[in-house]
Ligand binder design. Structure first.
Ligand code: H2B
Length: 96
């Protein structure tokens, strides 16, 4: 099973993952992505879904029109692992 991030690994998260912030009350990261319109937002979600399925690691997310709210955590480990970091990086890359 994936291991929870160490303190040293957590120390670089802010600079490694622009826009992602700690979620209050749980060991997770969150980010709001805002696109030009629904088409772009849904396109983003579709591309992320393919990556997430390949990783077997899935986001908690919701979509309203052109906004996608995402929370990342590794449920099996009860908090943040490298899987969340990798998926967050992929999401930033896909969002451009
Ligand atoms: N996604 C996330 N975010 N956390 C998990 O612990 C997780 C997952 N576990 N996707 C995977 C699926 C697990 O349930 C399957 C059986 O591999």
């Amino acid at each position: 099973m994936a291991q929870l991030l160490t303190d040293a690994e957590r120390a670089t998260l802010a600079e490694d993952l622009p826009g992602w912030t700690p979620t209050e009350g749980r060991d997770a990261l969150q980010k709001r992505f805002v696109f030009r319109d629904f088409n772009e937002a849904f396109g983003f979600m579709s591309r992320v879904a393919l990556v997430a399925e390949k990783m077997d690691h899935h986001p908690e997310w919701s979509n309203v029109y052109r906004t996608v709210d995402v929370v990342l955590a590794t449920h099996d480990a009860g908090g943040l692992t490298k899987l969340d970091v990798d998926l967050a990086k992929a999401m930033n890359r896909i969002a451009g």
